[in-house]
Design a protein around this ligand. Structure first.
Ligand code: ACO
Length: 162
């Protein structure tokens, strides 16, 4: 298992992995309009961390956007392919993601969690109580009715690697 940060940089391999990840998101997040998923996954302000099995096969990932001046990142989409869910990959992905984002001076993660995913996010250290001051994030991320806003504090001195 490898974890790779992929951006829309025009390279064939990156494009292929982003398409595979987009297809996992589209299948696992059926309420999300497909065009919206495509737009964000290929948007140059967004990055994705992919979990890759056997060197080439994308089995899941996180698409996110950093707001460096605000020192937070928003997780737009997160999914593991259907037949590999509840085997611990989602937890490993979140730990790797925190380890990565911690080095980029990000202090908080925000996400609109689907009702089904609230339990997962709780286990990963996300809370419904938002500690960040509204001035710091309101207006930066879109309001969204279809989910519950959750926040995770990323400690600068915790080793999230596992
Ligand atoms: N509700 C409650 N608990 C859950 C859920 C859930 N939906 N999914 C996993 N868990 C629990 C597991 O039981 C496990 O608990 P344990 O540590 O006590 O055993 C823990 O969370 C971690 O489980 P993993 O095996 O690491 O999780 P998984 O690899 O299945 O990844 C994920 C979790 C990403 C939510 C995956 O199930 C998935 O892709 N689901 C469908 C798509 C989805 O809902 N994505 C999130 C939408 S919100 C968003 O994208 C911003």
């Amino acid at each position: 298992i490898d974890f790779k940060i992929i951006t829309n940089n025009g390279y064939h391999d990156s494009m292929k992995m982003l398409i595979d990840l987009k297809n996992i998101f589209a299948r696992q997040l059926p309420k999300m309009p497909k065009e919206y998923i495509v737009r964000l996954v290929f948007d140059r302000n967004h990055e994705s961390m992919c979990i890759i099995k056997d060197n080439t096969k994308v089995i899941g990932g996180i698409c996110y956007r950093k707001y460096p001046t605000q020192r937070f990142a928003e997780i737009a989409f997160l999914a593991i392919t259907a037949n590999l869910q509840v085997k611990g990959y989602g937890t490993r992905l979140m730990n790797k993601f925190k380890e990565h984002i911690q080095k980029q001076d990000v202090e908080y993660l925000l996400t609109y969690a689907d009702n089904y995913a609230i339990g997962y996010f709780r286990k990963q250290g996300f809370y419904q109580e938002i500690k960040m001051h509204p001035d710091r994030w309101k207006g930066f991320i879109k309001d969204y009715d279809g989910g519950t806003l959750m926040e995770c504090y990323v400690h600068s001195n915790i080793d999230y690697g596992n």
